[in-house]
Design a protein around this ligand. Structure first.
Ligand code: ADP
Ligand code: X15
Length: 400
C-alpha cells in the first residue's frame, strides 16, 4: 500500500515507546458471552507480537458491538482472556479507555507488555469522531498503528481522529495483507478475473456490482438477488424475494455487462421451496418453471455446473455473498459447491478471495477456510473497498 506500515518503522521508533493499536475485536459471542469465533483476535497477533518483540508498550483499543453507553454485556474482558491465551502472556485489561486510572495503568507498563482498553464505544464521542475524545485516547501513546481492517470504513475517533494527534500513524500487518489481496484483485489482477456476488438483495450490492462490471471478465450472480434480475427479464418468480423498485436497475446492470463484454451469468436452475423454513419441501426447477407458490432458496445443480465451467480458467476469483439460504442445510448445497470449486481451482494457482460476511461463514462451515488464498476479516469494509470507496481509517495514515 502507499501508506506507511509497521514494517517501515525502525527499532528506535518502537522500542520503549507506547503504541496505541486499534484492532477489531468485535467478535461473535454466544448467549453466555463466550467467544464463538476468535479469527479476528488471531488476525491481530502478527502486529501485536511484532511490537512486543521489539520492546513496545502495546495499548490495544477496540469496539465491541454497538452499545449505547456503558453496557456490562459488551465489556472486552472475555477478549482479554482469549488474547492472553493466544499470546502466552498476561494482558492487562482496563475498565475504561480514557482517564486517570487508565493513564496510571499505562504508566506502569513495562516494555513488551500488552494492555487492552475497555470498549471505546462506551463513549458516544467515539462514533462521532469527537476531537477531544480522540485527543484523550491519543494522550496515553507515542505513536499509532491501525490494524482494525473490519472497522477501517468508519471515520471514528479511534480509527481516524487519533491520527491527528499521534505521529507516526501507520498500518498494521493485517491491514497490509487485506489491502494486498483486495486492492490488487481489482486494480491489477491476474486474469481472467471473476466475481461471484450473492446474498439477499441487489440493493446492498449495487455499488460492488457496478464497480466490478468495470474490472472483471466474468460476473456470476447468485443468492436472493437473482429473482429481481429474472423478473426484469419477464420471468415468473413465484414468491421468491424480489425488489420491485430495482427492476430497471437490474436491466441496466445486465445491459452494461453486455456493453463491456463482461460474461454475465445468472443461475439456469434453482431450488424452489414451499415455505421459508429449514424443513420446507424442495424441488429443483429450471428458471422458466418456477411454481407460482414456490420460493427460490438456492441455485440448482445445473447452475453449479455452468458456474464451475466459467470459473475453471479464471486466475483470480472474488466471492461475496452466499448462493442461497445456506443457514438451512437443505438450501446450502449451491453455496457449498461454490466453496468446493474455489478450493479446487485454488490448488491450480488461482487466487481465491472471500470478501467478509456470510460467505466467510459458509466457507468455514464446510471446513475449507484454509484452502482459500485470503479470507477478509471485514464484511462492510471489504465491500466498500471493492466498491472503490476510500476507507477513512486507511486514508488517515501517513504516506509511505
Ligand atoms: N434465495 C434467497 N432468498 C432469500 N434469502 C437469501 C437467498 N439466498 C441467500 N439469501 C440470504 O442472504 C443472506 C446474506 O445476504 P448478505 O447480507 O447480502 O450477504 P453477505 O453477508 O455475504 O454480504 C443470508 O442470510 C442468506 O440466507
Ligand atoms: O463487524 C464489523 O463489521 P462487519 O460485520 O461488516 O464485518 C466491524 O467490527 C464494524 O462494526 P460496525 O458495523 O458496528 O461499525
Amino acid at each position: 500500500m502507499s501508506k506507511k506500515t509497521l514494517a517501515n518503522l525502525s527499532a528506535s521508533d518502537i522500542s520503549g515507546k507506547r503504541a496505541l493499536v486499534r484492532v477489531d475485536f468485535n467478535v461473535p459471542v454466544d448467549d453466555q458471552g463466550n467467544i464463538t469465533d476468535d479469527t479476528r483476535i488471531r488476525a491481530a497477533l502478527p502486529t501485536i507480537q511484532d511490537l512486543t518483540q521489539k520492546g513496545a508498550k502495546v495499548i490495544l483499543a477496540s469496539h465491541f458491538g454497538r452499545p449505547k453507553g456503558v453496557d456490562d454485556k459488551l465489556r472486552l474482558t472475555p477478549v482479554a482472556k482469549r488474547l492472553s491465551e493466544l499470546l502466552g502472556q498476561e494482558v492487562v485489561k482496563t475498565d475504561d479507555c480514557i482517564g486517570d486510572a487508565v493513564a496510571a495503568q499505562v504508566a506502569a507498563l513495562q516494555n513488551g507488555q500488552v494492555l487492552l482498553l475497555e470498549n471505546v464505544r462506551f463513549y458516544k464521542e467515539e462514533e462521532k469522531n469527537d476531537p477531544e475524545f480522540a485527543k484523550k485516547l491519543a494522550a496515553n501513546a507515542d505513536f499509532y498503528v491501525n490494524d482494525a481492517f473490519g472497522t477501517a470504513h468508519r471515520a471514528h475517533a479511534s480509527t481516524e481522529g487519533v491520527t491527528h494527534y499521534l505521529s507516526p500513524s501507520v498500518g498494521g500487518y493485517l491491514i497490509e495483507k487485506e489491502l494486498q489481496y483486495l486492492q490488487s484483485a481489482i486494480e491489477d489482477p491476474q486474469r481472467p478475473l471473476a466475481a461471484i456476488i450473492g446474498g439477499s438483495k441487489v440493493s446492498s450490492k449495487i455499488g460492488v456490482i457496478e464497480t466490478l462490471l468495470e474490472k472483471c471478465d466474468k460476473l456470476i450472480i447468485g443468492g436472493g438477488m437473482i429473482f429481481t434480475f429474472y423478473k426484469a427479464r419477464g420471468l415468473s418468480v413465484g414468491k421468491s424475494l424480489v425488489e420491485e423498485d430495482k427492476l430497471e436497475l437490474a436491466k441496466t446492470l445486465e445491459a452494461k455487462a453486455q456493453e463491456r463484454g463482461v460474461t454475465f451469468l445468472l443461475p439456469t436452475d434453482i431450488v424452489s421451496a414451499d415455505k421459508f423454513a429449514p424443513d420446507a419441501n424442495a424441488t429443483t426447477v429450471s428458471i422458466e418453471n418456477i411454481p407460482a407458490d414456490g420460493m427460490g432458496l438456492d441455485i440448482g445443480p445445473d447452475s453449479v455446473k455452468v458456474f464451475q465451467a466459467a470459473l475453471a480458467d479464471c486466475k483470480t476469483v472474488i466471492w461475496n455473498g452466499p448462493m442461497g439460504v445456506f443457514e438451512f442445510d437443505k438450501f446450502a448445497t449451491g453455496t457449498e459447491a461454490i466453496a468446493h470449486t474455489l478450493a479446487e481451482i485454488g490448488k491450480t494457482g488461482t487466487t481465491t478471495i472471500i470478501g467478509g460476511g456470510d460467505s466467510v461463514a459458509a466457507v468455514e462451515k464446510v471446513g475449507l477456510a484454509d484452502q482459500m488464498s485470503h479470507i477478509s476479516t471485514g464484511g462492510g469494509a471489504s465491500l466498500e473497498l471493492l466498491e472503490g470507496k476510500i476507507l477513512p481509517g486507511i486514508a488517515a495514515l501517513d504516506e509511505a
